[in-house]
Design a protein around this ligand. Structure first.
Ligand SMILES: [Zn+2]
Length: 260
């Protein structure tokens, strides 16, 4: 079974039906990450349409400033959600430095809650890699997926030692640095993602909509980089994701059934 552990399904618009059809026909287990509250509410409706879609609540660093002063309002969405994401820090693409304290505040709130509720987190780490590793350690938050890592190699190694999982995505098709990262992640921490529908459009600056089967291109590219067969890469991501969910009280029934 293919694993796409980071997707923005609520952004497909008119193509949503086709995306869900691809997910079901190709058996792609899909972690549907939210950007904010409206995005999570939308994803819950989408999640009702497929057993293979797991909607998760998070506030993206780009949205953090809007939520930093009303964290109590989002507590019950965190409790309701089986896992957490997308959350994180972005000190690279987000140029407005006045939002950085809000980003830190929102992220810390989520990581503390996720650790307490034993939920896995799906993290955006752009130029905040070291701070994020420090926060995971501070709260002893062990169940973490680092999404689209592109930071320094020494922090990557620190995160590997800590036991973070890594979703490698479509940039592995184009970037030598991402290929290096994709090689450095050990077998037992490797996961796959598309970050679609926008990832390809963002990378290639065109209007290409990334569909769910792009995960196959990621698997094939990873196989080439790691000198494995695509079947082996697919199996590794499946085994790793199943292990990540195994002791999960929220997902153990429906999620693991869908993952078979
Ligand atoms: Zn994302």
């Amino acid at each position: 079974m293919l694993i796409d552990a980071h997707v923005h399904l609520d952004k497909y618009g008119d193509l949503l039906d086709r995306a869900l059809q691809e997910i079901d026909e190709n058996r792609i287990f899909t972690v549907a990450t939210a950007m904010d509250v409206p995005s999570y509410l939308e994803l819950q409706k989408i999640g009702d349409r497929s057993d293979l879609v797991l909607p998760t609540f998070g506030i993206h660093p780009r949205r953090a400033a809007e939520y930093a002063d009303r964290l109590r309002d989002i507590g019950h969405y965190i409790e309701m959600s089986p896992a957490i994401g997308e959350i994180g820090l972005d000190f690279h693409w987000v140029k407005d430095t006045s939002t950085y304290p809000a980003q830190r505040k929102v992220l810390e709130y989520f990581i503390a809650a996720a650790a307490e509720q034993n939920k896995f987190v799906n993290l955006h780490t752009k130029a905040g890699e070291k701070d994020i590793l420090d926060l995971l350690e501070k709260y002893d938050a062990k169940r973490a997926i680092i999404h689209w890592y592109s930071g320094p190699m020494d922090i990557l190694r620190g995160m590997i030692d800590y036991g973070c999982y890594f979703t490698i995505g479509v940039e592995v098709l184009y970037s030598d640095y991402i290929k290096e990262i994709a090689k450095a992640v050990p077998d037992h921490l490797l996961l796959t993602e598309t970050d679609n529908p926008g990832a390809l459009r963002w990378l290639k600056k065109n209007d290409q909509i990334g569909m769910p089967t792009a995960i196959k291109d990621v698997v094939n590219a990873l196989a080439e980089v790691r000198q494995l067969t695509p079947e082996r890469v697919e199996r590794l991501a499946h085994e790793n994701f199943t292990r990540l969910l195994l002791d999960d009280p929220w997902i153990s029934k429906s999620g693991i059934d869908a993952l078979r």
